[in-house]
Write a protein that binds this ligand. Structure first.
Ligand SMILES: [Zn+2]
Length: 283
């Protein structure tokens, strides 16, 4: 799945190239791409044709374009991409939806090789699409409330990494960034949230913001002028990872060998010295 910095890159691209433009035609080339849109492909197209894109917004890994009171909501899945391409460029075989604009400029094309992603129009979703009401603010949003998160973490009996991945507490943090932030904050992933001091939660969230900000610096600010895309496997931020995927390699802070533990059908990477195991953790 794409992570928050990659989705933010797409949001910035859409803001630059799509916002303020009027949609002239919408062609749904594969019905699976709108399978979650209640009215089906024709209704999807009808609700967007002639509308102007008012903005490009994001919460966590979710992206939406306000159009009037409604929103065009994008779930990119594993392989979905939103591309800004010249209007006369032939359609590639994986284009699922094509948006052409009244100004005659570049198209917006949703391509998805594996069709796991999808788009839908959320009625009255311009401010916040209703399906996202249960998703908490992410640490880069103005709406993010550290005091509230601290309070909720400390009343919950769970491990700190599970809490970081829980979208009802804080959104936008995936497995990779959770491990990277925990390493920076020198906290083991199984630390019990109800035993954390508020300064530790603040330090951890500052580490999350640092990791996101650095990833955006690496890959997030430059894209060529007519080609914007997101791809969960692009990995432009791989170079700057300190623990994730580095099992058996030396910690960049202390030299101890990074260890890998199984965690929720995935893995957790940590430094045994910088991030000692808690005696009473929550695994
Ligand atoms: Zn270390």
């Amino acid at each position: 799945m794409p992570e928050l910095p990659e989705v933010e890159v797409v949001r910035r691209g859409l803001e630059q190239f799509v916002v303020g433009r009027r949609i002239e035609t919408v062609e749904v080339l594969h019905p699976r791409a709108v399978r979650r849109h209640e009215g089906g492909p024709d209704d999807f197209a009808a609700r967007l044709t002639g509308r102007t894109v008012d903005g490009a917004r994001r919460r966590g890994k979710y992206l939406w374009l306000p159009v009037g009171d409604d929103a065009l909501l994008a779930h990119l899945g594993m392989s979905g991409q939103l591309l800004i391409v010249p209007r006369d460029l032939p359609l590639s075989p994986h284009v699922r939806i094509r948006f052409a604009f009244a100004d005659g400029g570049a198209d917006l094309r949703f391509t998805d090789q594996r069709t796991f992603g999808h788009l839908l129009v959320a009625a009255d979703g311009a401010e916040l699409p209703p399906v996202m009401a249960h998703i908490a603010a992410d640490p880069l949003e103005d709406a993010f409330d550290l005091a509230l998160l601290t309070k909720r973490m400390r009343t919950r009996k769970t491990g700190i990494k599970r809490a970081l991945l829980d979208q009802s507490l804080v959104s936008g943090i995936g497995n990779i960034y959770a491990d990277e932030a925990l390493w920076r904050a020198k906290l083991h992933w199984a630390r019990a949230t109800d035993r954390l001091r508020s300064g530790q939660v603040a330090g951890l969230m500052a580490a999350v913001v640092d990791v996101f900000t650095e990833a955006l610096k690496d890959g997030g600010t430059s894209f060529d002028s007519l080609y914007v895309n997101v791809n969960g496997e692009s990995g432009y931020f791989d170079r700057s990872l300190n623990v994730y995927g580095r099992a058996g390699e030396p910690c960049r802070r202390c030299g101890a060998l990074i260890r890998r533990d199984p965690f929720m059908n995935r893995s957790s990477y940590s430094c045994p010295v910088c991030q000692p195991r808690p005696r009473t953790g929550r695994w």
